[in-house]
Write a protein that binds this ligand. Structure first.
Ligand SMILES: Nc1ncnc2c1ncn2[C@@H]1O[C@H](COP(=O)(O)OP(=O)(O)OP(=O)(O)O)[C@@H](O)[C@H]1O
Ligand SMILES: [Mg+2]
Length: 278
């Protein structure tokens, strides 16, 4: 496998100087590929930012409800969720639950949201509108998205300043990034000129495998400084913690797995990097 460049890509940077929100920073975790650690990263980065003294709201925008589950709630037993916020305009405060961090919860109903929204005017801006009332209360709002580039993910990208893209350290996982960048480019042109990739996060990195190293090399070759220095290593700890309804920082606070997300939080805070695209 050569370290060939990926397909030609559109510019991923916003054209204007970033305004950002004066009140809070909204970050989506997106990759249409399933199982790349979007949910794991949303939760653990959120808890790490809270540990550093920030106020944090997590939003579960995935009908699978994995983020909701990973804080100990059963999405099947949740009556009011992000579905009601997006479709019935229920104030988001009414569905926020508190565990290690504040979470706006999901339920299986959310699977119907794309269809329900599709005929509504302003369908891409439902989440952006819902966040207006809670922005003053939070320094960071982190949005977990489903493994698709449908209307839910588009709502997340329209509501965000930044996007963090978790990427599994495998060659085949890298190819889908072009599609994500195309979507982002379209959103920037039509709906939210300020959104840009804040960072690409290598996940499930196995330092014993040459293949993992090669995948990171390809990422750096294509995305330069946008690739976070922190690489999230492969360890079973990340799968164990949600079973206990905890982040890995709560489950094994002094372990390496927790430390990696603290390192990532430091990078996010030091940069709010919006780094120059290579
Ligand atoms: N660094 C890691 N090492 C090993 N396992 C991990 C790691 N990060 C996440 N996992 C596990 O991999 C699985 C997928 O992770 P996660 O649910 O965060 O991915 P996702 O991108 O949100 O998936 P989906 O696309 O289905 O929403 C989970 O079982 C999780 O516990
Ligand atoms: Mg997920």
């Amino acid at each position: 496998m050569g370290l060939s460049r990926l397909l030609p890509r559109p510019n991923t940077r916003a054209s204007s100087d970033k305004k950002g929100s004066p009140l809070s920073r909204v970050i989506s975790f997106a990759n249409q590929k399933g199982g790349v650690a979007k949910t794991t990263t949303t939760l653990n980065l959120g808890v790490a930012l809270k540990e550093k003294g920030h106020t944090v709201l997590l939003i579960d925008l995935d009908p699978q409800g994995n983020l909701t589950m990973s804080q100990g709630w059963n999405p099947d037993e949740i009556e009011r969720s992000m579905f009601d916020v997006l479709v019935h305009k229920l104030p988001i405060e009414e569905i926020v639950r508190v565990a290690e961090v504040d979470v706006a919860v999901s339920s299986i109903d959310l699977a119907g949201a794309e269809l329900a929204l599709s005929s509504m005017i302003g369908r891409e801006r439902a989440l952006e509108k819902a966040l207006v009332s809670v922005k003053p209360q939070y320094d960071y709002i982190l949005i977990d998205t489903p493994p698709s580039l449908g209307l839910l993910t588009i709502n997340a990208l329209v509501a965000s300043n930044g996007v963090i893209v978790p990427v599994q350290c495998e060659y085949l996982s890298l190819r889908g990034l072009v599609q994500l960048e195309n979507t982002l480019s379209m959103i920037r042109e039509n709906l939210n000129p300020d959104v840009e990739i804040q960072g690409i996060l290598p996940t499930m990195y196995d330092k014993r495998l040459l293949h993992s190293k090669e995948a990171v090399d390809i990422l750096k070759e294509n995305f330069g400084d946008l690739v976070f220095k922190t690489k999230i290593r492969k360890t079973i700890r990340y799968a164990e913690a949600p079973v206990k309804g905890q982040s890995v920082l709560g489950y094994d606070p002094s372990g390496n797995a927790a430390q990696l997300y603290r390192d990532l939080a430091k990078e996010v805070l030091n940069g709010a990097k919006t780094r120059e695209h290579a």
